[in-house]
Design a binder for this molecule. Structure first.
Ligand code: N01
Length: 550
């Protein structure tokens, strides 16, 4: 086979990688380094993945900068200077642009190209990938780097097309921005995106009205600027930091204060909670007590502390009450972090409408209707989130062995071995796919990509390039994930409408989307699988073709 990268037609390659975010960039880089020919496909006009699309004001990470990056290259670490603890969207996008340029990755991608179908052919042992541009690609391996929060959720509001003003979604924010100066703005959604955007809108808009269905336990952000000394310290301590996050269930740089909130001394516990709240970000969830997501009594203590902060911060009693979560435990819905979110409700131009018991009835020419009343706006912003984890994969229209469609196989929830391989879908690998680990995602991405590359190397060395997750190993992984989830507070996901279990989408069955025993345990399990020679995957020879090199 020709070296697909050198010729004008990059149709037949070893691997197709879908997506140019953290996962896709890392996968293309690692596979190239190991001698595979690769074709990347990306729907956007450039690299960045989630950071390409989510350009709304206020967007930033809630992972610390010195771990929210790729760790494989010392040079990359030396030459990139993060400016603050929780970097903003433009800075993360600039970082990913830099990664792509630094390792010359853009040349392997077809941009502005959306995958419309991916089909396995048993007669050739190849994947065929069709795209929106009409180009068709063939490869031995199909690696999904589509991300877990990329399929946009746009609720079907009645009459939305009638509205004469502007409608935008946070996850498809226009590159040129949206000028809301003096405008009457409606914001639908109070998840991480809405919580980050609202205070930014409030700076210039004439008014901001939040339409909130489920209130959130919102932690503040304290994003300090980095000094040169800070940066030097992070570089010097890189190995220790990586070892630390590898042992943390959320792959984050926090050290819990103790095993149990309910068993801690009350005065000490109060101090721990206060310190975590002041520290901001995810410290309240990951830097206090280890049992918050498994013990209801411990969780109650944290939930009540956060409720008291809302009451303390928001002056108007009725507004504070609407913003206070009371029907589900803290952490079951991924907690948003907000710079000045709660304080914004003390501004006379900012208000909230509770749409839990009286949902939005529909849009009109001038605005939207709730409980029979019309609210008029110039701009309506949807911060309504994503079809998480499975959505972006299903939108690839994947068909495996014997014409089996992934959408049918996963009709009652995703089934996958280690979140990476699916029986009947040979040579498809899903980076941070359903039932892999959730946490600081670049860390999980790198671990997943290295695992898959090692597996492909083994298959290549053995001359058995058709790799498929075993049914028994997959069943056991799915069962284990469901059993562990049932022992946690995730069982309250429905009450929280939490995307963590797909409960945010109407008509969707509740599903375990992540391996719930923590990323540290997940990494151990993957490492064990690798050390034992990948017993959970079968390897077989390919149907001989003259076109492929592997
Ligand atoms: O989405 P969400 P998101 N009528 O699903 C509401 C990551 N992220 O984009 O809760 C009225 O959390 C919905 O209401 P309800 C992060 O992992 C990270 O905000 O379903 N409201 C909810 O309030 C995050 O968790 C950052 O009742 C409707 C909101 O829309 C994940 O992405 C920043 C509705 C959606 O909240 C998703 O966050 C941004 C309807 N019909 C995102 N339909 C960082 O900070 C939906 N809603 C790193």
């Amino acid at each position: 086979m020709q070296d697909a990268q050198d010729g004008p037609s990059r149709t037949d390659v070893d691997a197709i990688v879908v997506g140019a975010g953290f996962s896709g960039l890392d996968a293309v880089h690692v596979l190239r380094e190991r001698g595979y020919t690769v074709q990347g496909i990306e729907a956007a006009g450039g690299v960045g993945g989630t950071w390409y699309w989510n350009r709304y004001p206020g967007a930033r990470t809630d992972s610390k900068a010195f771990i929210y990056c790729l760790s494989f290259s010392k040079e990359l670490r030396e030459e990139w200077d993060w400016s603050e603890l929780y970097p903003t969207q433009p800075e993360v996008l600039a970082y990913l642009e830099h990664v792509a340029d630094r390792f010359d990755l853009k040349r392997y991608f077809a941009f502005d190209t959306t995958v419309t179908a991916a089909t396995w052919d048993d007669d050739t042992s190849l994947w065929t990938v069709d795209t929106s541009t009409g180009r068709r690609f063939r490869a031995r391996y199909l690696i999904s780097g589509v991300g877990c929060l990329s399929a946009v959720n746009r609720p079907q509001f009645d009459g939305i097309e009638r509205f004469q003003g502007r409608v935008e979604h946070t996850a498809r924010w226009p590159q040129e921005g949206v000028d809301v100066s003096g405008q009457r703005v409606a914001l639908i959604g109070a998840g991480s995106s809405g919580v980050q955007l609202l205070p930014e809108l409030a700076k210039t808009a004439g008014s901001v009205t939040l339409f909130q269905r489920t209130p959130n336990y919102v932690a503040p952000y304290t994003s300090t600027r980095f000094s040169d000394e800070d940066r030097e310290a992070y570089r010097r301590d890189h190995e220790a930091i990586q070892a630390h996050i590898r042992q943390n269930p959320g792959t984050m740089y926090f050290s819990p204060a103790g095993p149990s909130a309910k068993l801690a001394d009350p005065a000490e516990r109060e101090t721990v909670f206060e310190q975590a709240y002041a520290q901001g970000g995810l410290a309240m969830l990951l830097g206090t007590y280890e049992d918050l997501l498994v013990d209801p009594e411990s969780n109650d203590l944290a939930s009540e502390f956060l409720r008291s902060k809302i009451k303390e911060t928001v002056h108007d009693r009725e507004t504070a009450e609407i913003l206070t979560p009371r029907t589900y435990p803290f952490g079951v819905k991924r907690p948003p972090c907000g710079v000045g979110y709660l304080d914004a409700f003390n501004e006379p131009t900012v208000s909230v409408v509770d749409v839990r018991s009286t949902p939005i009835e529909g849009f009109t020419e001038r605005g939207l209707v709730v409980d029979g009343s019309e609210y008029e706006f110039d701009v309506i912003i949807l911060a309504t989130g994503f079809d998480a984890s499975v959505g972006a994969l299903l939108r690839l229209n994947v068909t495996g062995r014997n014409g089996r469609r992934l959408a049918d196989v996963w009709a009652h929830g995703p089934e996958s071995y280690l979140g990476l391989g699916i029986p009947d879908f040979p040579n498809l690998f899903t980076i941070i796919g359903p039932l892999s680990a959730f946490g600081n995602l670049p860390t999980v991405v790198e671990h997943n990509v290295d695992f898959v590359a090692d597996l492909l190397d083994k298959a290549r060395a053995a001359g058995t390039p058709v790799v498929e997750a075993d049914v028994a190993a997959t069943d056991a992984w799915v069962q284990e994930s469901r059993t562990i989830a049932a022992q946690t507070l995730l069982t309250s996901a429905k009450a929280a409408n939490s995307w963590i279990m797909g409960a945010n989408l109407e008509g969707r069955e509740l599903a375990v989307l992540w391996y719930p025993a923590g990323a540290n345990t997940y990494f151990d399990r993957c490492d064990e699988e690798r050390e034992r020679g990948f017993p959970g995957f079968s390897l077989a020879p390919a149907v001989p073709t003259t076109a492929m090199a592997v």
